[in-house]
Design a protein around this ligand. Structure first.
Ligand SMILES: [Zn+2]
Length: 164
């Protein structure tokens, strides 16, 4: 039976949208919520490796293993794009790129390759999760909420086999 399961994760992070015309240009934080939905056949349990997950689309513990290391990269961090100009004065050192990177890391700055909107964060989760989906999963949906009222959602097909 094709079934969809899902689990919600949370993390706290700061960001600022450089160049934004409104309040989002200022440094602020969110209690982000990330909902991951997987659609696929429930496992039959014929394979001994599947026995523990028989009747499941995916064991929630296995889903945790896929999602939590992504959450850990973002939790209690300052999420910035590669272009955002954030200045740290390296303590007792010079302004070399290496010193600046070290200061940023100590301050919890995470440089992501994109402007840190909910839309782009959602796509980041999808890109990092889709290639790790087991064979029975055919659909992946990620929803990222910055606030109670707003969300971004990306849905993609996974493990698609094309035949011509
Ligand atoms: Zn924001």
């Amino acid at each position: 039976m094709i079934t969809t399961i899902g689990k919600e994760y949370k993390f706290e992070a700061a960001h600022m949208l450089f160049g934004h015309k409104g309040a989002c240009a200022r440094l602020h934080g969110h209690s982000y919520k990330v909902k991951v939905e997987l659609t696929g056949e429930t496992l039959g349990g014929r394979d001994p490796l599947e026995k523990s997950s028989e009747g499941m689309v995916m064991d929630y513990g296995d889903l945790d293993n896929l999602v939590k290391h992504l959450i850990e990269q973002l939790d209690h961090k300052f999420l910035a794009s590669n272009k955002d100009e954030i200045y740290f004065t390296p303590e007792g050192g010079s302004d070399t790129d290496e010193n600046i990177r070290r200061e940023e890391k100590a301050a919890g700055v995470v440089r992501l390759g994109f402007r840190v909107t909910a839309e782009n964060l959602t796509a980041w989760f999808v890109k990092n999760l889709e290639r790790r989906m087991p064979f029975n999963i055919t659909g992946l949906v990620v929803i990222v909420k910055e606030t109670e009222e707003t969300f971004a959602r990306v849905a993609t097909a996974v493990n698609v086999k094309y035949s011509l």
